[in-house]
Design a protein around this ligand. Structure first.
Ligand code: SF4
Length: 333
């Protein structure tokens, strides 16, 4: 892709995205727990919360619901839904679900971390308890439990989390090999994933993750200083440069492996279109943005105004990607 071509259009995309975000916000604030009207080009969509159903409705019906929404008369909205034949038994209720079959396992393989992120969900990695590593025995027993009732031909998922999972690299690698071999013997496909802060990655990890086809997610909260402010080491030092250096072998080797960036969005790193552009240019397989709604210490949480600004940024990202994928840019790579 041509970074110049996409960068030069960022300002105008930002303007369009800002306009769209504010239009959507003004035209579709939630007014009823039962329904929501979404005006689109040419018609109106009626969203019925019970069962998350969408219908295209005529102007007459849309007007009638608009009036009922303006009065806030929930009983009349119910009557109108019945008249239209859109009433159904409650599809979503509080009845506990039957325990589903086990298909996925998340192993908190290390309850400790070398970083000190401002908003950490895990009390800087130890979840408020003593720091420790999961033993290989516990990891293997968990894998046995996962595979116990699986039938040949099924697929399961093993995910490694922390703290920082690479602090317990040996157990992670041995548990992976064990799960793969057990799955092979039983005819079960085991898929692997890992979320890491990226600071402890070694060059030889790339070959290991590629061998087992890992989906590797690296937490990165923006470019350079923006990331460093939110995700420093425990002593306060920046981590961005080190992470970018560490991930190069993974980005270069990914075939079966997929390397993604995950951005936790706070009021301090809202420049998400610029971040997306940078990470796509680096070669990440995908980039995910997730707003910080709640943090254990209250730091970095997004306000409703911040979320609107983020919506604007997400629209901008969509326009940017559209631009990158347009035939006009296809030959500039
Ligand atoms: S990398 Fe950051 S968010 Fe993750 S466990 Fe460590 S301190 Fe917490």
């Amino acid at each position: 892709m041509n970074p110049v071509a996409t960068h030069t259009s960022t300002n105008s995309l930002a303007t369009i995205a800002s306009e769209l975000a504010s239009r959507i916000q003004q035209r579709t604030p939630p007014r009823s727990p039962q329904i929501h009207l979404v005006p689109t080009a040419g018609n109106t969509q009626l969203f019925v919360a019970n069962g998350s159903r969408m219908y295209t409705v005529s102007d007459t019906i849309a007007d009638r619901f608009q009036q009922l929404l303006a009065t806030g008369d929930e009983a009349a909205i119910t009557t109108e839904l019945i008249a239209l034949g859109l009433d159904t038994p409650v599809l979503i209720n509080d009845t506990p679900l039957e325990s589903p079959k086990l298909y996925a396992l998340s192993l908190a393989i290390a309850q400790k971390c070398n970083m000190g992120c401002a908003y950490c969900y895990a009390d800087q990695g130890d979840f408020g308890g003593p720091t420790k590593n999961m033993s290989l025995d516990t990891a293997k027993q968990s894998v046995d439990l996962l595979l116990k009732d699986c039938t040949p031909g099924s697929k399961v998922q093993v995910t490694f989390l922390g703290g920082e999972p690479l602090i317990n690299r040996n157990a992670l690698r041995e548990a992976t090999a064990y799960a793969f071999e057990q799955g092979r013997q039983k005819g079960i496909q085991v898929n692997f994933s890992l979320t890491s802060n990226g600071t402890l990655l070694r060059a030889d990890d790339a070959g290991f993750f590629e061998q087992y086809g890992f989906a590797v997610t690296i937490s990165l909260d923006g470019i350079g200083e923006q990331h460093d402010r939110l995700r420093p080491m425990k002593g306060g030092a920046g981590t961005y440069a080190k992470i970018i250096e560490n991930i190069q072998p993974l980005l270069a080797l990914q075939r079966k492996m997929q390397v993604s960036a995950r951005v936790t969005v706070t009021p301090l790193n809202m420049d998400i279109a610029k971040t997306l552009q940078e990470f796509v240019d680096m070669g990440f397989h995908s980039v995910g943005f997730s707003p910080l709604l709640r943090s254990s210490n209250g730091k970095g949480e997004m306000s409703p105004e911040d979320l609107q600004q983020m919506l604007q940024g997400m629209i901008e990202c969509g326009l940017l990607l559209n631009n990158m994928l347009s035939p006009a840019n296809a030959f500039r790579s």
